[in-house]
Design a protein around this ligand. Structure first.
Ligand code: BES
Ligand code: MN
Ligand code: ZN
Length: 495
């Protein structure tokens, strides 16, 4: 619960104040506190017992000199470097500290967390988002699961700003945090739990909660529609495939619809082009694209932008049986384009191809596809940068702007005429799903481009960014929920 108040009532026990480096003399609440404590704060600062370095937190006990029982002083570093990302890290550090100190209530002196370039509105957004992200815990299956940790329950923001604006910013920050956490949870779920059917269930719940249109295509529907690429990937499986469609209409009179297409491979063995013993571990996360789209839809359901969205998630596992599709198979996609399968491990582009075609059937005028698509993008860009390709510079700029706003950076890879020639080099079919390992992140993108056709399209390859091996104050290892926020912000700002 968030509250906003103009001044302290004297009943508060825990106060949180931010302090930039080299703030002389002390200002606002810090100055008041220093007065009450007869210059003690200044003295502690001088002795280095209170640090204003970014991420440092000092706990101060006023011992009856004020009605407060404790004050957390958060170091903010240099004022010039202060901004949204720094703020989220500092706030996450504070949340973690409150959790470990078992303090469920606190008052935040919002003013002290602002600078000339960073408003109270932005600070409120950052705080709410950080609260959700820092409180996130992986849902594990241990018998003795970690003690039900106390949550930070009551936060009061001290501010003279219009409370409605602060409230709105807190609301958006919370939605962004929660949508991201939903994506994280989906990515972290094992594939025996999160089957395509379970993923469809999750989408069904979202539809119910937010009034989205819901359509789940079953295998028979896919057969009627001629989704030969999607069906080929599912052929070896005993789990039914699902093509999950959510529609959101925030602009009834508008003529544009954004298609968000997310790869939902619940487990990728590679099929007959089987992965290695170590390469297969972690392939439960191969639905990271679907998770991002569903996380974004959750944010969209909360923030209700005046835009139209159709989300399409092709979901199945990629496994082996006597029925499974094989290298050398030729399949017919829904678009009519034929595909020679040279590698059953290049399955993502197959399911995405039919999903993109289907998104267009649902009226998508612009397409964003997102997928844990290639190991190649990890080699090229590492784990901090999402690889992106496009057929439309204007649309790309919009996605890039949203990604920058959310600090989920993307980096563009090219698709040249020669790349397109390579994906069209099959002797047997219109396209080859795997023309070789050279530049294969680009090959995957060039393949998908053939299914975007004339529709403006941006492709996001999150194979390197959907999961992380680095824990931080903003989240544990495992699913990152990357791009849930970027997609939602892109939709919000789309023009
Ligand atoms: N799901 C994988 C890509 C992947 C790799 C995701 C590592 C996350 C971490 C994808 O389906 C795949 O197997 N791609 C192949 C493509 C190749 C066969 C052309 C790859 O990257 O090796
Ligand atoms: Mn694969
Ligand atoms: Zn895959």
């Amino acid at each position: 619960m968030f509250h906003i108040t103009e001044s302290l009532t004297g009943k508060e026990e825990t106060l949180i104040v931010g302090l930039f480096r080299k703030t002389q003399p002390l200002q606002g609440t810090m100055a008041e506190l220093d007065d009450r404590l007869e210059g003690h704060v200044t003295a502690l600062l001088k002795d280095g017992d209170i640090s204003a370095d970014s991420g440092k937190v000092t706990k101060l006990f006023p011992l009856g000199k004020t009605s407060l029982k404790r004050v957390y002083i958060a170091g903010l570093g240099k004022e010039k470097e202060w901004g949204f990302e720094r703020a989220k890290e500092v706030f996450a550090t504070l949340v973690k500290r409150l959790l470990s100190d078992k303090k469920t209530m606190a008052v935040i002196d919002l003013d002290s967390f602002t600078s000339d370039d960073f408003s109270k509105i932005e600070a409120a957004h950052a705080f709410a988002e950080a609260l959700e992200l820092a409180s996130y815990k992986i849902k594990d299956y241990k018998h003795k699961s970690n003690e039900p940790e106390k949550a930070v329950e009551e936060l009061t923001f001290l501010s003279k700003e219009d409370p409605a604006e602060i409230k709105a910013a807190l609301f958006v920050g919370t939605a962004h945090g929660r949508g991201t956490n939903t994506a994280r949870t989906l990515v972290n779920m094992p594939s025996n739990v999160l089957t395509a059917s379970e993923l469809a269930e999750h989408a069904g719940k979202l539809a119910e909660r937010y009034g989205f249109g819901l359509e789940i295509l079953e295998k028979e529907n896919m057969q009627k529609l001629g989704m030969g690429a999607m069906l080929a990937v599912n052929k070896g499986s005993s789990e039914p495939p699902k093509m999950i469609v959510l529609t959101y209409k925030g602009d009834e009179s508008g003529s544009e619809t954004i298609g968000l297409v997310g790869k939902g491979i619940t487990f990728d063995t590679g099929g007959y082009s089987i992965k290695t013993k170590s390469g297969i571990v972690g392939m439960k996360t191969d639905m990271g694209g679907a998770a991002a789209v569903l996380g974004a839809m959750e944010i969209i359901g909360e923030t209700k932008p005046e835009k139209n969205v159709v989300a399409v998630i092709p979901s199945t596992d990629n496994v082996i049986s006597a029925e499974a599709f094989r290298p050398d198979d030729v399949i017919i996609s829904m678009s009519g384009k034929t595909i020679e399968v040279l590698n059953t491990d290049a399955e993502g582009r197959l399911v995405l191809a039919d999903a993109m075609t289907y998104a267009k059937h649902h009226g998508a005028t612009h397409l964003i596809d997102i997928a844990t698509l290639t190991g190649g993008v990890v080699v090229a860009l590492g784990n901090d940068m999402t690889g992106a390709t496009t057929n439309d510079a204007g649309l790309y700029r919009q996605v890039e702007a949203a990604s920058a706003e959310c600090n989920e950076p993307i980096w563009q890879l090219p698709i040249t005429e020669k790349d397109t020639k390579r994906v069209k080099s099959s002797k047997m079919a219109d396209l080859s799903n795997s023309p070789g390992r050279e530049g294969h992140a680009i090959m995957a993108a060039a393949f998908l481009k053939e299914f975007a056709e004339e529709t403006p399209w941006v492709h996001l390859d999150i194979a390197g960014t959907a999961t992380t091996a680095r824990e931080s104050v903003l989240g544990p290892t495992g699913g990152t929920g990357v791009m849930a926020r970027t997609l939602a912000v892109f939709v919000e700002n789309f023009e």
